[in-house]
Design a protein around this ligand. Structure first.
Ligand code: SAM
Ligand code: SF4
Ligand code: SF4
Length: 358
């Protein structure tokens, strides 16, 4: 596949010549940007986009409301000026967005960006697509898979997709030579927690790192309740009972998954402890919605709309205005929702996961 040259200067690697390392009110720098490229998805995972809400009448965003790739890259460049080195593309299902390879190639050309990854349900990851994503500069993949038997998996995705379809996507990615492929499983009590051990056994020894994610109270649609959460400790205990594991050091400060190694050398697993052991103190992530709003927390009620600046007329375009807005947003940030979840008495609306991406 041949890609056109990026928007002005992107391919020329201009950017964070003098990185402006802004910190928020809790002294946390900005390092990661998660970019949602669509709010649409071909799954209806019951914990994320339940059919009762995301039905045929649901109004997804019209095309004109989505940021163009040029607009996304402008935001990425400014984010890189503030120290962002990692970009994760997400959604909705990001592979639904056409020509994602073009966006990846442009982002790969932004000075300061060292790591580009994608979170996907892998159903659209054909061999050809995996190859073209890899050649465009995508380095790492996180594939979501919530069970290893069809009955449970179909109950979760609610659209009849089989486990085999996802495994084929993983296989295609593996052949395409991605630096790392991680498999993410959200664990919800009573829905798929009986799959913890079968999933661990399946990925044990494969080189693919399986990560368990505690079910979170993101958005307003999934009827979250603390009794649905299987805690990290319980997940580790259940694995350890059959496949002994030992805790290991994080790869870097702020790594979201707690790492465990199989005692028999069969690789490692991770557990993302967002509910039972929050990690807000090290949270250096911002999220850009498909409509161009910056969210400084996964549990935010509202974002900061960049479109008024991004969509100024050509003569009025000014990256300094974007930079000032970014600095204002991040320096005013004091989010630490997961640390305060149990103290919050007022229930307020939160943005949906499928809108800002995981
Ligand atoms: N569609 C893609 C996928 O599923 O990989 C990307 C978007 S999805 C919103 C990103 C991640 O968020 C997935 O791993 C999904 O399982 C996770 N997720 C969604 N809702 C969640 C919830 N309530 N608690 C924990 N993780 C959740
Ligand atoms: Fe779609 Fe991902 Fe949400 Fe499942 S978790 S409904 S695949 S966006
Ligand atoms: Fe970051 Fe908000 Fe999650 Fe805390 S709750 S880790 S601040 S996204």
């Amino acid at each position: 596949m041949v890609f056109s040259k990026g928007p002005d200067n992107v391919a020329e690697k201009h950017g964070n010549v003098s990185a402006d390392n802004v910190v928020d009110k809790l002294h946390r720098p900005l390092r990661d940007l998660r970019v949602s490229v669509t709010d649409r998805c071909n799954f209806r995972c019951v914990y994320c986009m339940p059919k009762s809400v995301f039905d045929n009448n649901y109004k997804f965003l019209p095309r004109k409301d989505l940021l163009s790739f040029e607009e996304i890259v402008r935001v990425v460049k400014v984010a890189a000026d503030f120290g962002v080195t990692k970009i994760r593309l997400t959604g909705g299902e990001p592979l639904i967005r056409n020509d994602l390879e073009q966006l990846i190639e442009w982002i790969a050309g932004v000075n300061g960006i060292k790591d580009i990854s994608l979170t996907t349900n892998a159903t659209l990851l054909t061999k050809k697509r995996a190859d073209s994503l890899r050649s465009a500069g995508l380095q790492r993949l996180n594939v979501s898979l919530d069970a290893i038997d069809d009955e449970t998996f179909m109950r979760v995705n609610d659209v009849g997709v089989s486990v085999q379809q996802v495994l084929e996507g993983i296989e295609n990615a593996s052949t395409a030579g991605f630096k790392s492929i991680k498999v993410n499983m959200v664990v919800k009590k009573g829905l798929n927690d009986h799959s913890i051990l079968p999933m661990a056994k399946f990925f044990h020894g494969t080189g693919q790192i399986l990560r368990f994610i505690e079910f979170m109270d993101v958005g307003n649609s999934n009827e979250w309740n603390m009794s649905h959460v299987v805690t990290s400790k319980e997940i580790a205990d259940r694995i350890n009972a059959e496949l002994p594991i030992e805790a290991i050091e994080a790869n870097y400060r702020g790594e979201v998954a707690k790492r465990w190694r199989y005692a028999d050398g069969g690789g490692e697993v991770g557990i993302i402890t967002s509910v039972s052991e929050p990690f807000c103190g090290d949270c250096s992530r911002a999220r850009l919605s498909a409509t161009g709003s910056i969210y400084t927390c996964l549990f935010a009620s509202s974002g900061h709309d960049l479109r008024p600046i991004l969509r100024l007329s050509e003569q009025e375009q000014d990256d300094n205005a974007l930079r000032d807005e970014f600095r204002r947003i991040w320096s005013g940030r004091e989010d630490r929702y997961s640390e305060t979840r149990t103290q919050v008495s007022v229930i307020r609306p939160k943005v949906e996961m499928s809108f800002i991406g995981g």
